[in-house]
Each structure stands twice: as C-alpha cells, then as structure tokens.
Write a protein that binds this ligand. Structure first.
Ligand code: ZN
Length: 609
C-alpha cells in the first residue's frame, strides 16, 4: 500500500505539501518518479519541475517521532533514488501549483484543483499496488466550507468530504482529478447512472438548464454504445473570465469555460458560446469510451516518462469531434439547420489552413508532440488538425458506410464494434485496425476513399456524399472579416463588398492600439509582398493606421489594387508593395436541398436521429 497525504497548507504561496509512505520499499534503493505527460494531452510537460523540495526518511508506522533521514538523489529530470532501508520509506515534498488549466494543478484561497499525475510520485516496481490518498483542507477561514469533488473511490471520506480515498493502482489513481473548494452541484441520471456537474468559480448561469441539456447528450451516447462503462460520472467545470478546454478521464472530465458561455436564467435562446460549451461536454464524455477504454495499443500501458506514438489520433480525437457535435443534433439540443451551420463553420476552419495540403492526418497524429501541440506562427500553413479534419474524415466514412450499405451499417456500428471487441475487453487497438474495420463493414468500394483520407492530402470528396442526404455544399469568399462560415444572408451591401474587397491574407491582433500581424497565409497578397508574422503595420498608402481605423480602411480596399504598406519589423521600418487579392473560396455553407426527394429525406433522418 502506498499512502499519500495531501495538505494544501500554503494556499497563498500555491504550495501543496505531500507526505508519502511506502510500506515495502525496494531493498535495493527505491526509485520514484513523476510522469512527464498527462494522458489526453500529447506534450512533454515535465511535471517534476514543480517539485520544489523533497526529503526522504525511514521509520516504522508506530514511531512517527523517530524518523531518520536517508539519502535521496535525483537520477534524471523526473526520477529520484532513495537510500536502502528495511523500514517504511517516507517522502516529504512540496509542489508549486499555479497552473490554471485542466492539465496541471492550481491552489489558492478560493479553491484547489489537481491532477494526481502532477502531485503523486509513482513508486517503481509497485505501479500496480493499491494507493490511499488522504485529503485535508487548508487551515484558513475561507476553507471551512470547502468540499471535495472527485471520482476517486472513497475510503473513510464522507460524500463530497475530506478524508481517505483509494485507488487500486497508480494508473487508476492518476485518472481522477480532484477539485476542493466551494462549488455548485447539479445532478441528473442518464442511462440509469448518476451524473453530477460541479461548477467552480463565480457565475450566474442557469445550471438546471445546463444539466438537462447535458443529460440528453449523455443519454444519446450511452444509447449509441449500449451501456455506460462507469458507475457514476462527474463533470468538473471551472468558470473563468477567459479560457476554454477540457480533459477526459475514465469517469470524469475537467472542463474550463468563460463565464458568459453559461446559459442565462429565464433566457431560452441558444447562444453560439453555449452550443460550443455543450459540444465540449459532449466531446469529453464520448472519450469515456473512445480513448479512455477503446485505446491505441501503444497506450497500454501508458509510458508516461516518454513520448508515446500513434498514427490513430485522427480516430480517437477526430471521430470524437465528429460525434461531439452529432450528439447535439441527435439529442435534439440543436436542430438540423444549426447542426449544418456548425459543420460549415468547422469545415471553414479546415479550408482556411493550407497545412492540410502538406500533412496527412495520420502524420499529424504521429507528430502531435512536436507539431499540433507546439504550434508556431506558420502552423496553419504547415499542419493539419487531426481534430478538425479528423472530424470530417469521420463524417465522410459515416456517409460512405451508409450510402454503400444502403443504410445497413454506419460509423455507429464501427464504434460499437470497437467498444465490444476492444474497449470492453481491455484490448489495445493495433495501428491500422480502425480503417480495416471500416473496410470490412463497407466492402472494397470504400478502400480508395479510406486510403486517400488517411494517407494522402487530397481534398475530402464530401460533396459527392452530401447528395445522398439531400445536402448542398457551397464555398464562398468571406463576406466580412468575422465571417466564420455557415449560412449568412447576403444583403446587397455585403454582396458588393465581397465581390470587390481585396484582402491581405493575414491575421492580425490589436494590441494596445497597434496592429500586429500574427499569421500570414500561403500564397496570400501579404506573403507575396513580404509581410511577416510579428510585423507591426503602421501605415497604408501613406496614412497612419491603428486598431480603430484599420477595419474601416481595409473595407475600402479593392481586388487588384496596389497599395503601399509601412511596417516595423522589430525596430526597422520597411515599405511593402501589396497587390490585393480576392478572398479565397474557403468559407463553407451547407444547406438542405429545397427539393429533397423521399430517399434523401429518409437518409438524412436516419443519420441525424
Ligand atoms: Zn479530445
């Protein structure tokens, strides 16, 4: 048994004090280490850098006072080796916790959140030993009303209380994030399983409505797979001024959203930010099957001290992204038109990044560690997102399976097969297996489509398959700078603008009145003229521009017009001659054909319900 005492003694210094007891340390000198990455987020994070001090002692359980210091030496960046002992080994260490994300740990007077893999050292050779965690509240006035939210199984802790929790192994231990603080709670039952949403952070959202919408989404996903693989499920939502993200775990997920993404009391409208938030709930929940249990072979077990490679993230993240939005329409949280608009906006994001012409989604999966997770200013030109394009590959395969089999099989069957044969049986999915299953279900006809989608950079032939479902795909130039895609009524004034307005083909950021270029698209007017990311634009045609005037001036520029642009690159003034181009046709619009026939109507209905 390995004991961890978590003491949030110094919240104002953001420091956790951990005391760890190993009852049977290795007689040759016990090694302990902290993971370098957290499952679900493919970046080496070196959690050990947050350990400030560590000390080792030996002693027996009943002589706490007589602990004797023993040596502890660091042998690599995340591993320590302790001196030999025949008694219990006790480690005391402090961990700095000021990472306000779903991937690390955070502690102050308001709350504490931690992922166990950033706090708890792994005991080499005892990875499968049971662990016990004892949680204590900080000794400050604000913490008197704190509670605990986690899916770690309780030992002697009361529900939502401090005290003892247990895990059967280290891998289980680190798959249950912990929130401690004052929070709101809403509960619901889906598929006969109790679910709780815990909301931390100041907010005025309508939590009953949130719970009801999330319940429908959860029901839909449980019905898809046939059963829920957990006895309870917990969403840990932190509400902040800024930020967005989530991380999946086996029976919980950690989510962050902006305060105004929550639905407003007595306001039945469905705001885009709220739909996005529901998509996040849906995404992390779908992962409870797809990646937490249906897993790449190379993640079984996880090797958390080094990068682990798979070419299948397009399936584990991309298909999950496909289903996270599909579940919204299938559970009737949004309607068909809203779903098609969301699809169109996602497709627009795919089309606006020319990286899709250079990298395949299997390559992107493999290189996630150094590319997708470490994007630079050229990322859109160099990298394809296995999330975004992966979702459309999921859609394409789903449509093809349905069409080729005359609605006998679909991606739903692929997911159920993966769940039955791999997830439920705790078998890793070998590389290349998912595409093999799809080909077995659809027959030879789908082979080229599968190969092209996964191993080439050819555009996905979505339009051909849309026809079967009575859908039309139209591509247009962006109507205005904020045009994210989807159906937009073109007013006469915007029509004149789109057909005439010339564009630079860069993205900008307005920083304290200044215009800073953040990204330059391939083959754009800006790139051809030699404008680069980080350049500061100070004048157009000899006139000063700032964050106030830039949009107004930009709207008056015309296709083919030659303009002089002055920029500062670092502190050097440069003059660039830009020949403006027409906006590229990279903005997608997906709509239902007005004269859909009976078969198309039925195909659409079968797909979306
Ligand atoms: Zn994900």
């Amino acid at each position: 048994m390995i004991h961890y005492d978590v003491n949030a003694k110094q919240p104002s210094a953001h420091i956790f004090n951990i005391r760890m007891r190993i009852t049977k340390p290795s007689p040759d000198g016990q090694k302990v280490s902290l993971p370098n990455w957290i499952p679900g987020s493919y970046l080496i994070r070196d959690f050990a850098k947050h350990i400030i001090q560590i000390a080792a002692f030996e002693g027996s359980e009943d002589s706490e006072d007589a602990l004797k210091p023993i040596t502890i030496d660091k042998i690599d960046s995340n591993t320590w080796e302790c001196g030999k002992t025949n008694e219990h080994l006790i480690l005391e260490y402090t961990v700095y916790a000021w990472d306000n994300s779903v991937r690390g740990s955070h502690l102050d007077e308001n709350h504490a959140f931690f992922n166990p893999c950033s706090l708890f050292l792994m005991v080499h050779g005892q990875e499968n030993s049971p662990c016990k965690v004892n949680l204590s509240a900080p000794d400050i006035e604000e913490a008197k009303a704190w509670q605990v939210a986690t899916t770690l199984p309780r030992e002697d802790a009361k529900p939502w209380g401090f005290g003892g929790y247990i895990a059967s192994s280290y891998e289980e231990l680190i798959d249950h994030p912990v929130e401690m603080g004052r929070f709101d709670r809403v509960q619901f039952v889906a598929g006969g399983v109790p679910h709780t949403i815990v909301v931390s952070g100041k907010h005025d959202g309508d939590l009953d409505r949130l719970a009801e919408d999330v319940r429908k989404i959860c029901e839909n996903q449980i019905n898809l797979f046939g059963n829920a693989p957990f006895q309870e499920y917990l969403f840990l939502l932190t509400v902040q001024r800024e930020g967005y993200g989530g991380l999946e775990h086996r029976s919980s997920s950690a989510l962050i959203c902006q305060r105004d993404a929550l639905p407003v009391l007595n306001d039945p409208s469905l705001k885009p930010a709220y739909i996005t938030l529901l998509g996040l709930f849906s995404h992390e929940y779908f992962h409870a099957w797809n990646i937490k249990r249906i897993k790449p072979e190379s993640f079984m077990p996880y090797h958390l001290d080094q990068k682990s490679y798979t070419r299948q993230l397009w399936a584990f993240e991309g298909i999950t992204s496909y289903y996270d939005e599909l579940a919204l329409v299938r559970s009737k949280v949004i309607n068909t038109e809203q779903y098609l608009d969301i699809l169109a906006q996602s497709l627009t994001r795919v089309l606006r990044a020319s990286g899709r012409k250079k990298q395949t989604i299997t390559e992107s999966s493999f290189d996630a560690w150094i590319k997708y997770y470490q994007p630079n200013e050229n990322a859109a030109n160099a990298i394809v997102s296995y999330y975004l394009k992966g979702a459309f590959v999921g859609l394409l395969f789903d449509m093809a399976l349905r069409q080729f089999s005359e609605n006998r099989v679909s991606m739903d069957d692929v997911m159920r097969f993966l769940w039955r044969e791999y997830g439920e049986r705790n078998i890793g999915v070998p590389e290349g297996k998912i595409e093999e299953i799809i080909q077995e279900m659809a027959g030879e006809k789908i082979s080229t489509l599968v190969f092209d989608a996964l191993y080439t950079t050819k555009e996905l032939p979505l339009e051909i398959f849309f026809q079967h479902f009575g859908l039309t795909l139209k591509l247009r130039g962006a109507v205005v700078n904020e045009d994210l895609g989807g159906k937009k009524a073109l007013t006469p004034s915007t029509e004149t603008t789109i057909f005439k307005q010339g564009v630079f083909g860069f993205s900008i950021q307005k920083v304290q009145g200044r215009i800073i270029v953040t990204q330059v698209s391939d083959d754009s007017a800006a790139q051809l003229a030699g404008i680069s990311a980080q350049d500061e634009i100070i004048a157009i045609n000899g006139m000063r521009v700032d964050s106030e005037s830039f949009d107004k001036i930009a709207k008056r520029l015309r296709i083919g017009q030659e303009i002089k642009v002055h920029v500062f690159r670092q502190d050097l003034l440069k003059e660039k001659l830009v020949i403006l181009k027409a906006p590229p046709l990279d903005t997608a619009e997906i709509s239902m054909q007005p004269n859909m026939n009976e078969a198309q109507r039925r195909n659409l209905e079968l797909w979306l319900s």
